[in-house]
Design a binder for this molecule. Structure first.
Ligand SMILES: [Fe+2]
Ligand SMILES: [Fe+2]
Length: 170
C-alpha cells in the first residue's frame, strides 16, 4: 500500500461534507421553502464539484492504470451512479420545494448518494491506494488540488476539506 493516502482522504472528506449537506436538506420541511432552496444549492455545488474532480482526474487516472474486467466494472458503475445523481438533482430542481414529491426525491437522492459513496470507498479508493506509487499519487494529488482551487475560486465551498488538503504534509 502506498504511504501517501492524501488524495483518498481529501475525497473522503468531500464525501463526509456531501453527506452532511444531504442531512441538512433532509432536515428541512415543506414549510421552509427558502432554506430548502438554499440547502439544495449548497448540496448541488458540493456534489457537482466533487463529481467533476473524480470524472476529470481520478477515474481517468485509474482507468489508465488498471484495465482489468474487474476495474472496468467498477468504473462503469461509478460513472453510471454519477449520471443518476445528476439526473436526480435536475429532477429536484424542477420540483416545488413545498411539495411532498420534493421530500420523497431528497430521500431517493440520499439513498443513491450514500450507496455510491459506500461503493466508492469500498472498491475504487482501495484501488487508488494499491495501484499508484507514492510519487504518482503525489503528482495526482497536486493536479487534483490545483483543479479544486480553480473550481473553488468560482464559488463558496466547505472549509473542512480545504483545511485538510492544505495542512497535510507533503
Ligand atoms: Fe463518485
Ligand atoms: Fe466520490
Amino acid at each position: 500500500m502506498a504511504t501517501h493516502p492524501r488524495l483518498v482522504s481529501f475525497l473522503e472528506e468531500q464525501h463526509r461534507s456531501a453527506l452532511r449537506l444531504l442531512d441538512a436538506l433532509m432536515a428541512t420541511t415543506e414549510r421552509s421553502i427558502k432554506t430548502r432552496r438554499q440547502r439544495l444549492e449548497e448540496l448541488e455545488s458540493e456534489l457537482y464539484h466533487h463529481m467533476l474532480l473524480e470524472e476529470e482526474i481520478v477515474y481517468p487516472a485509474l482507468e489508465a492504470a488498471v484495465d482489468s474486467k474487474h476495474g472496468q466494472r467498477i468504473y462503469r458503475a461509478a460513472r453510471g451512479e454519477h449520471e443518476v445523481t445528476k439526473a436526480l438533482l435536475k429532477e429536484l430542481e424542477a420540483l416545488a420545494p413545498a411539495s411532498v414529491e420534493f421530500t420523497r426525491k431528497v430521500r431517493v437522492l440520499k439513498d443513491s448518494v450514500e450507496h455510491h459513496i459506500t461503493e466508492e470507498e469500498a472498491t475504487l479508493f482501495p484501488m487508488v491506494r494499491q495501484v499508484f506509487a507514492q510519487a504518482e499519487l503525489e503528482a495526482l494529488t497536486r493536479v487534483l488540488i490545483r483543479r479544486h482551487k480553480e473550481l473553488e475560486a468560482h464559488r463558496a465551498w466547505s472549509e473542512d476539506a480545504l483545511v485538510m488538503a492544505f495542512s497535510a504534509p507533503e
